[in-house]
Design a protein around this ligand. Structure first.
Ligand code: HEC
Ligand code: HEC
Length: 428
């Protein structure tokens, strides 16, 4: 792990450690679903309605799937989770948006302000915390880790699932009660009661919790973590990489070349696909160029604060950690299925995967490729950050540790090889 330059916030003074004892970091436990109580015998109509892929799911997961795919659960109706998280696109999508990089909401003309991430391979993601590690100077480095959304604000998949139904830029329901009323009238209402009990839809708050739990159970199913890519078969010894893919994998791992593993982590000693999620769940600030197409960005004073804007962050900050350092940091996403999940980055700035890799290695050697120029012809680097936050951009870690005019860490052939390797991460 190349944590040295990472978004780790060094606390040198030991008293900070003591004062932190009162706010212990959230445990690094795996995200856990409450075990479902599977009904003894599901109603025949639900058995009949199962597709082949659903036959392998628990009744709770089938319920989650019904909820995930129900286009009646938006206001106006017509949008489901699936509209933005389509299994054919590795659970990404844009709901038919005409704005590059952000999805359309249920309300005509409304769009989001962040790119849709994949909902895959999240079931073992930890909840958000500042993970402390002793540093060389006797203090502690705190690395923000885990959580759901680009800024980690949801503690679990079920907490996450409560958001979109009520988000005015997404499914736009006015209240939990409005959502539950629709569920009560849905064809799968009987399945809901079967899974969670006869009275499960009576109380709005409790029903809403269960609805989120069912969706999280579905997201924890093998449909979201099939581990069926060429790379997985390579790990299992059942497929071999082409020469170009193998070269790309070597560059991906090499700490002096791509160094991608520094954040998009896997366990080099393991041949278990589960040990290769291609994220260490940490955060970093890449200085991604501004996506001018996002309507919010018409206002030049508007910036996405990323992790620094996480609701409730203040209460989680270890003593001495300056939240201003977190402006512009976003969660490291998995690279599994990356070929299918474009556009890329939190703001959807890049349509092409190759551009992402090229950006990494030429951001500093040839910034003019990526950022606009001011009136005097000077390149405005890191133009999606307020001036004070530009210093937060990671400029020390390979591959973006170069200076203007220096040789990029990867040449064109090497970029192609890394992309070829990334294309082996697509589930089949
Ligand atoms: C209109 C498009 C849209 C709809 C509808 C939508 N999402 Fe999302 N989803 C997004 C966007 C955009 C984000 C990232 C938002 C952010 O980080 O602030 C996201 C984030 C997520 C994440 C977090 C991924 C991660 O890496 O942490 C999950 C899981 C998810 N959505 C599941 C769902 C579920 C479940 C539903 C239905 C209840 C749903 N989404 C409905 C657009 C959508
Ligand atoms: C120091 C940490 C770090 C390193 C090293 C790193 N990445 Fe990333 N990567 C991130 C973060 C953080 C993001 C999300 C940034 C954002 O959206 O602002 C990201 C995003 C991406 C994305 C877009 C993912 C998506 O779903 O939109 C791709 C592709 C990617 N990285 C590939 C690579 C490759 C290839 C390398 C090596 C050449 C690499 N990364 C090295 C942290 C890192």
């Amino acid at each position: 792990m190349h944590r040295r330059f990472r978004l780790a916030l060094a606390i040198v003074a030991l008293p900070a450690l003591a004062s932190c004892a009162t706010t212990p970091p959230a445990p690094m436990t795996q995200h856990q679903q409450e075990p479902a109580a599977p009904p003894a015998d599901p109603a025949p109509e639900h058995v009949l309605a199962l597709s082949a892929e659903e036959a392998a799911l628990t009744p709770e997961q089938v319920l989650g799937k019904r909820l995930f795919e129900d286009e009646n659960l938006s206001e106006p109706h017509g949008q489901s989770c699936k509209s933005c998280h389509d299994p054919l696109k590795a659970f990404t999508g844009d709901a038919g948006s005409t704005v590059a990089g952000v999805a359309a909401g249920a309300v005509p003309g409304v769009v989001g302000n962040r790119n849709v991430p994949t909902a895959m391979y999240l079931a073992t993601s930890p909840s958000f915390s500042f993970v402390g590690e002793p540093n060389d100077t006797g203090g502690i480095d705190y690395t923000p880790t885990g959580g759901f959304f680009w800024d980690g604000r949801a503690a679990s998949l079920s907490e996450q699932a409560k958001g979109p139904f009520l988000n005015p830029r997404e499914m736009n329901n006015p209240s939990q009660a409005a959502v539950i009323t629709k569920v009560r009238n849905a064809t799968y209402a009987s399945l809901f009661r079967r899974v969670y009990g006869d009275r499960a839809l009576d109380d709005v708050g409790k029903a809403y919790d269960k609805l989120a739990q069912a969706i999280a159970a579905f997201e924890g199913s093998p449909l979201f973590s099939p581990f069926s890519s060429k790379f997985d078969d390579y790990l299992r010894g059942k497929a071999s990489l082409t020469a170009q893919e193998a070269k790309g994998f070597a560059l991906f791992k090499n700490p002096d070349k791509g160094n991608c593993m520094g954040c998009h982590a896997g366990d080099p000693k393991s041949r278990k696909p589960q040990d290769w999620l291609f994220t260490d769940f940490t955060y970093d600030n890449l200085g991604v160029p501004r996506n001018q197409a996002i309507p919010d960005n018409q206002d030049p004073a508007h910036f996405d604060p990323g992790l620094a804007g996480q609701a409730g962050l203040a209460a989680k900050l270890p003593a001495g950690v300056d939240p201003a350092r977190l402006v512009g940091a976003f969660k490291v996403p998995t690279l599994r299925n990356i070929q299918k999940t474009g556009p890329y980055m939190h703001n959807g700035k890049f349509a092409q995967l190759r551009d992402v890799v090229k950006f990494y290695v030429t951001r500093d050697t040839n910034a003019g490729l990526w950022y606009p120029k001011d009136a005097t012809g000077k390149v405005i680097k890191f133009n999606d950050l307020p001036t004070a936050a530009k210093a937060n951009v990671n400029t020390e870690e390979v591959p973006y540790d170069r200076k203007a005019g220096e040789k990029p860490r990867l040449n064109d052939d090497e970029i192609d090889a890394v992309v070829a390797f990334l294309n082996t991460l697509t589930d089949r």
